[in-house]
Design a protein around this ligand. Structure first.
Ligand code: IMP
Ligand code: MG
Length: 181
């Protein structure tokens, strides 16, 4: 097993998804034509389960964002928000979905760009929030669960492109990290 411990089993992840889905459904059910924006690649698995569980018509679009080099945030965020996407966002109620709120650099950069697109409202949802001081404070509306400050893999979270397909989330073993350097 590539992890030194499992912190969220597949069953626990599905319970979290069910709860978030109920919270999001009640927050969005009165809103006209909401748009979910999924941050790739990390949130792909989580967003798939969440969006297929939410009992509302939601349009879905994707933004590819990255800030991680190996097991550390590089400190700069790159993403591919383009003109057609900005036009699709204008006047819409947005649900921004990411896998993890770690330093907060990704979410804060995305929020800054989203605001320039003039949506009707923005709400954010993350599966995990790391328990440490975030470099950027972001107000996250829906949080799946707090997690320890360790490098996690599985259920979409990767280490240099590996381990996304694990059905659970765990703390990557040190020897796996060294092997790849
Ligand atoms: P932030 O910008 O530091 O908040 O981190 C956001 C992105 O870094 C997340 O969307 C993840 O893709 C990635 N990330 C942060 N922590 C981890 C981790 O423990 N494992 C894998 N990816 C992570
Ligand atoms: Mg990510």
């Amino acid at each position: 097993m590539p992890c030194r411990k499992v912190i969220l089993t597949s069953e626990t992840l599905q319970q979290i998804v069910q709860r978030l889905s109920r919270e999001i459904t009640s927050a969005f059910e009165q809103l006209d034509s909401p748009l979910a924006l999924v941050l790739l690649d990390g949130a792909k698995y989580f967003a798939h389960d969440l969006l297929t569980t939410i009992d509302l018509p939601l349009d879905v679009d994707y933004i590819k964002a990255s800030s991680y080099c190996g097991t550390r945030s590089c400190g700069t965020v790159t993403f591919d928000g383009d003109r057609p996407l900005a036009d699709a966002i204008r006047g819409r109620h947005i649900l921004l979905i990411d896998d993890i709120y770690d330093t907060g650099l990704t979410l804060s950069a995305l929020m800054k760009w989203l605001k320039t697109c003039e949506p009707a409202s923005i709400r954010t949802c993350v599966l995990l929030e790391k328990q440490h001081t975030h470099t950027r404070q972001v107000s996250v509306d829906f949080v799946g669960t707090p997690v320890e400050d360790a490098f996690l893999v599985g259920y979409g979270l990767d280490y240099n492109g590996q381990y996304r397909d694990l059905p659970y989330i765990g703390v990557l073993s040190e020897e796996r990290i060294q092997k790849n350097h």
